[in-house]
Design a protein around this ligand. Structure first.
Ligand code: GLN
Length: 550
């Protein structure tokens, strides 16, 4: 029978519960256990697909087309398993199922209530992915204890232990131990209150993970142990780390996986060596490379979480430390005018929706094309590269995507017929994994080293194939298409070191120890460009010095 770990949070949101859960998942996997993970989100949206990235950060897309919480990206990157849409359930989706059942007459004659109908549906969601090939299921409950919306979830996980037995469930509570400046002390009171709140819902945590900026002393751990009634070994400190991939090792040193296994009566040897090797590689990645990320939500880095992680993974591959320059798309014009883009070694133009910032992204794509700067376009990024080339190389004035100008004379990016009729906003895009056939000899085919690849999608608009021949005559290669050749999936310039775009979102498939081929080659090209760039500057500086001496 599968064992269950439930992770809740208290005191504050954004404590890194997802990273803690993911790190535990990896540690259990390194004990040879088969692990899967799930996020239960108490908000009422059916899924995060319709939310603004400023509200919620990136929407992570699964192979089966689920639009899910960004924590699923951490899960996939840490436990190295592809998850499905079933790994994310929200209050909205749970009520949707309960209400559909009510209309079908499944509860005929009865009053439909939170307990048992909603709680049963929550438990069904957990059960549904706890298949026979799972040894440990880790369920993270979003939000913090004390939120109104979280109550049915806490009630469901409380019932769970009673139903499956004490040795099959472990409750982990993640809290914050803040440092209060004026008194110069770390404070345990918020943790105590949070655990009291959890207990009032019938859940006594087995393990408390304390987030803090500085390490906790043993004395403080003893205090938390006494106040919250958990053995002192089960008080785990997760002090801030510079590199998230170090977290599994730190939590292991603190004993997290050991106490979880004790609670669950699991006896398995741990082999940490693969992860130690990864962390060693991360630490050795020091040679700097500067990548400009041209986005519209750049103030909230979580909006581009998987893109940023993919860039970093690619850096690990090359022994390079990727410094991301977060560039607001609307500011590109001004940066170009002031010559301030010249310190970049590469550019990534990520996905996005709506017209704001699009012209800036087009300018950035043009700058990269004209100056031989390595550039990778993802989804909208690929679309703006197409528009840029149409306007400035093919001379198609006012070429655009019909998303931004429905009346453009040259709709080089346009809706497919099956998207024209869509009126519903939720879950109606082209979503999830689709195959593409790559053109032999192209840059993308060399990068992937495979003839057919599968990538995840999330978009409505497409390259307009009516223009394809004109693009290709001018050296803009459509280097990957859908197997039926109708849709253009990859583009690149023949005469450029690396100017590559994809209609897909490859960032969702990069892993820390297996950088995605496109990001890997972007960083490879950026490192070369940097050598050239700095070499030229040095020569300029030297000739400048000579001039001066004269
Ligand atoms: N807005 C574009 C479309 O819908 C691109 C989407 C994206 O970048 N994910 O096609």
């Amino acid at each position: 029978m599968a064992k269950h770990v439930f992770v809740t949070g208290g005191v504050a949101s954004a404590l890194g519960k997802g990273l803690t859960a993911s790190s535990l998942g990896r540690l259990l996997k390194m004990r040879g256990l088969r692990v899967t993970m799930q996020k239960l989100d108490p908000y009422i949206n059916i899924d995060p697909g319709t939310m603004n990235p400023f509200e919620h950060g990136e929407v992570f897309v699964t192979d089966d087309g689920g639009e899910t919480d960004l924590d699923l990206g951490h899960y996939e990157r840490f436990i190295d398993e592809n998850l499905t849409r079933s790994s994310n359930a929200t209050t909205g989706s749970i009520y949707q199922a309960v209400l559909a059942a009510e209309r079908r007459g499944d509860y005929l004659g009865r009053t439909v209530q939170v307990i048992p109908h909603v709680t049963d549906e929550i438990k069904r969601r957990i059960q549904r992915i706890t298949t026979e090939d799972v040894d440990v299921m880790i369920t993270e409950v979003g939000g913090t204890v004390g939120d109104i919306e979280i109550l049915p979830f806490l009630e469901s996980i409380r019932q769970w232990r009673n139903e499956v037995g004490r040795d099959n469930v472990c409750y982990i509570h993640v809290t914050l131990v803040p440092f209060i400046g004026p008194s110069g002390e770390q404070k345990t009171k918020p943790t105590q209150h949070s655990v009291t709140e959890l207990r009032s819902r019938g859940i006594q945590p087995d393990v408390i993970v304390c987030r803090s900026d500085q390490p906790l002393s043993d004395g403080l751990k003893r205090k938390i142990s006494g106040q919250c009634d958990v053995p002192i070994r089960n008080v785990i400190n997760a002090a801030d780390v510079g590199n998230i991939y170090e977290l599994p090792l730190i939590l292991h040193d603190e004993g997290l996986d050991t106490v979880v296994c004790e609670t669950l009566r699991i006896e398995r040897e741990l082999d940490l060596s693969p992860w130690q090797a990864l962390v060693a590689r991360v630490e050795a990645a020091t040679s700097p490379v500067r990548i400009g990320l041209i986005g519209k939500y750049v103030d909230l880095h979580d909006a581009y979480l998987s893109v940023a992680e993919s860039l970093r993974h690619a850096g690990f591959h090359h022994g390079a430390k990727v410094e991301i320059e977060w560039i607001q798309a609307e500011e590109v014009e001004g940066l170009l005018a002031d010559d301030r883009m010249t310190s970049l070694d590469g550019i990534v133009i990520p996905g996005g929706f709506g017209p704001r910032g699009v012209e800036g992204k087009i300018r950035a794509a043009g700058y990269a094309r004209e100056h031989g700067v390595p550039c990778l376009g993802l989804c909208l990024g690929m679309q703006v590269m197409t528009v840029e080339f149409a306007r400035n190389v093919l001379g198609l004035d006012d070429a655009n995507s019909t998303e931004f100008n429905p009346a453009t004379p040259h709709p080089v990016i346009d809706l497919m017929n099956d998207q024209r009729e869509v009126t519903d906003k939720g879950g109606t895009m082209r979503l999830g994994a689709y195959y593409a056939v790559l053109q032999p000899g192209s840059k993308v085919s060399k990068a992937y080293n495979e003839p057919v690849v599968s990538e995840r999608h999330r978009h409505r608009y497409e390259f307009n194939s009516a223009y394809r021949a004109r693009f290709e005559e001018a050296g803009f290669l459509c280097s990957g298409t859908s197997p039926d050749k109708r849709l253009v999936e990859f583009i690149e310039l023949e005469e450029h070191p690396f100017w590559v775009g994809t209609q897909a979102h490859p960032e969702f498939k990069s892993r820390p120890d297996r950088a995605h081929p496109l990001f890997r080659d972007l960083i490879g090209a950026a490192l070369e460009y940097r050598t050239h760039r700095l070499g030229v500057n040095q020569v300029n500086a030297q000739s400048g010095a000579v001039e001066h001496a004269r």
